[in-house]
Design a binder for this molecule. Sequence first.
Ligand SMILES: Cc1cc2nc3c(=O)[nH]c(=O)nc-3n(C[C@H](O)[C@H](O)[C@H](O)COP(=O)(O)O)c2cc1C
Length: 180
Amino acid sequence: MSKKYKKILLGVTGSIAAYKAGDIIRRLQEKGFDVSVIMTKEAELFITPLTLGSLCGKKVYQNLFDSIDAWNIDHIQLAGDIDFLLIAPATANIISKIASGLADDLLSCCVLATQAKIFLAPAMNSEMYKNKIIQENIKRLKNFGMHFIDPVHGKLACGTEGEGHLAEVDDIVSAVMRLS
Ligand SMILES: Cc1cc2nc3c(=O)[nH]c(=O)nc-3n(C[C@H](O)[C@H](O)[C@H](O)COP(=O)(O)O)c2cc1C
């Protein structure tokens, strides 16, 4: 990396693979990134903001309206202050929201408001992943210049095996490093 501390915003969404976000934070820090975290409401059902906040050493961003009375609007400030935005794990829901230009939570607002390079590491049930709607949405986002770190074959939350397992943490971090 050319600059010592590049700023990366890690978006964590409501997948069983959310527990891997802690490892992703650590690996990114080891590579010299300054990591901030946004969690969706559903992600908080899988891993706590306390855990991820302790690992990244700062407040985890959660709600769109948290800082509104200070006129210090989180999504605009955050979006303008980062070099990279990595969503890992990325649910079918967030992929489709982004593909439709929706902005109904802090993470989706940041995606629309940022000029940073955007990476998504999908994780979901293999039937969901293969679904034509999701594949079309992924294609659409790639056409917009977003980078995907493809899921791999592995154990899934539903107890089956298939394509849809979150890529290895090292592969996620390497993909970001390659473009940093
Ligand atoms: C146990 C459990 C595991 C889930 N795992 C996934 C998953 O790996 N990928 C996915 O796309 N959705 C998964 N879901 C569904 C999402 O949590 C749901 O679509 C949610 O609305 C996503 O919200 P978010 O994208 O705002 O975080 C899971 C749901 C449950 C109950």
